[in-house]
Design a protein around this ligand. Structure first.
Ligand code: SAM
Length: 253
């Protein structure tokens, strides 16, 4: 199945749910899920802030038989009947995530081995910081943590919570990618694994759809070496930003 057909199918499934997820994020979720599957990466999935289930539907459509999706929301918004038609392997836990994360029973219930964790709840500082702290050590090898509303001017505390965590030297995660209002974090030892995918394949996949995006990386420093992907402003814009200046940043061995 081509990436274009995978993306179109993910978009159709997501289209059955109300929500805020942009098409570029649907494409990125699908691309990372397929890449993980191709590389035998396994682990449970978790989402904090489900609303009706739009982003969850994309993730649940990629669940393996041995994996479970954990859905956390403060309200009864999620359309569990509709989500159950995509996969029966899910658990819904109702509550305020930063309060749940103070309960030992909740910490015992949620998975230890997570391949994709999506954080899209209240976006308050304490909400984001608590979720990062609790989930970072649970991100499995080659797993990803995704923070929503990263860089949204109305929620700059998300950026602060993320970088307050990432600036520490003793943490397992680092920034891999910023795109479409979301930050994608990976384990430090997996940065090379994912950056090869970003540089060699991901842009081609995305640009095989109607999305027309470019890759940018203007820094490659041990403290920050992340990539960004954004929609092109002009149709004829190059696929790599400032390659004549930053060309070496795009060659990953
Ligand atoms: C932006 S919506 C989620 C959108 C969904 N991820 C999507 O892409 O379709 C935010 C959700 O977070 C829930 N929420 C808000 N504050 C929360 C909290 N502190 N803990 C858990 N869920 C919360 C809301 O009830 C709402 O359903």
């Amino acid at each position: 199945m081509t990436f274009k057909s995978q993306y179109e199918s993910a978009r159709t499934i997501a289209g059955n749910f109300d929500g805020m997820m942009q098409d570029l994020s649907i494409a990125l979720f699908q691309a990372f899920m397929s890449f993980q599957k191709k590389n035998g990466v396994s682990g449970d999935l978790i989402e904090y802030g489900v609303y009706r289930g739009k982003s969850a539907s994309v993730l649940m459509n990629n669940l393996n038989d041995t994996e479970t999706m954990y859905l956390i929301d403060i309200a009864d918004y999620p359309e569990l009947g509709k989500l159950g038609k995509i996969s029966k392997n899910f658990k819904f836990i109702k509550g305020k995530s930063e309060s749940l994360l103070e309960e030992q029973d909740f910490l015992n219930d949620i998975p230890q081995h997570v391949r994709f964790s999506h954080h899209d709840a209240s976006h308050s500082y304490i909400n984001v910081a608590s979720e990062i702290d609790a989930m970072a050590e649970r991100i499995a090898p080659r797993g990803l943590m995704v923070l929503d509303d990263f860089g949204n001017p109305s929620y700059m505390q998300v950026v602060f919570a993320a970088f307050a965590y990432l600036a520490r030297n003793d943490v397992p995660l680092e920034m891999l990618l910023y795109s479409s209002n979301k930050a994608y974090l990976c384990r430090k030892e997996d940065f090379e694994f994912y950056s090869k995918f970003l540089v060699n394949d991901l842009l081609t996949f995305l640009n095989s759809t109607e999305l027309n995006v470019y890759l940018t990386r203007t820094e490659n420093h041990p403290k920050y070496r992340g990539f960004s992907i954004a929609p092109k402003v002009r149709a004829d814009q190059p696929d790599r930003y400032g390659e004549h200046i930053y060309g070496d940043r795009y060659y990953v061995v």
